[in-house]
Design a protein around this ligand. Structure first.
Ligand code: HEC
Length: 159
């Protein structure tokens, strides 16, 4: 008799585990998140901080007053080969749209993102927020030299 009561008790516990309310909550959260991602072009959770220069080899960088077109042209071909798999000019794809990037990031931050991608994604508050916003899709370090990165950065001014 005691054994069968124990059995019924166990069965009840197992059955109640099956319809755990936690699971339902999780499902709801996932659906909600997707909707947020669909309706908002860029999330308000990703900070805009032009005083953040990021982490990496570039501690100070000033653009020339007007775009250096030769440099931008060089950057354009590097960009076409190494960036367009993940980035569009004015729509998010695997990564963010890059038009107007200097309205939200400092030139130093962009250069460090290009030259020191992995550490940026691990430690920089903006890069970490972006990583979350882009569902943990990792921007892959493209092994650019500093000169190449500066050329690409110049090209981004023209978008
Ligand atoms: C494999 C895909 C991939 C490639 C290739 C790639 N990126 Fe990214 N990029 C991303 C993703 C994804 C993010 C957002 C951060 C994250 O989730 O890693 C990002 C973020 C950025 C940001 C920050 C944008 C913002 O709104 O702050 C810049 C700038 C950037 N990438 C430039 C470039 C450039 C320039 C290249 C080419 C040299 C490049 N990326 C190559 C995927 C990529």
């Amino acid at each position: 008799m005691r054994k069968s009561i124990l059995f019924v008790g166990l069965a009840l516990i197992i059955a109640s585990c099956g319809e755990s309310p936690k699971k339902e909550n999780k499902g709801f959260e996932v659906t909600r998140k997707k909707e947020v991602a669909k309706t908002e072009a860029s999330s308000s959770e990703v900070p805009v901080d032009l005083s953040n220069i990021g982490l990496g080899p570039i501690t100070s960088y000033e653009f020339s007053a007007s775009v250096d077109t030769d440099l931008a042209e060089k950057g354009k071909s590097i960009y076409a080969g190494k960036c367009t798999a993940c980035h569009l000019v004015d729509r998010r794809m695997i990564g963010p749209a890059l038009k107007g990037v200097y309205d939200r990031r400092s030139p130093e931050w962009v250069l460090n993102m290009l030259l020191n991608t992995n550490e940026m994604l691990q430690k920089d508050p903006i890069a970490k927020a972006l990583l979350k916003e882009y569902n943990n899709a990792l921007m892959i370090n493209q092994n650019l030299s500093e000169d190449e990165a500066k050329a690409v950065a110049e090209y981004l001014r023209t978008l």
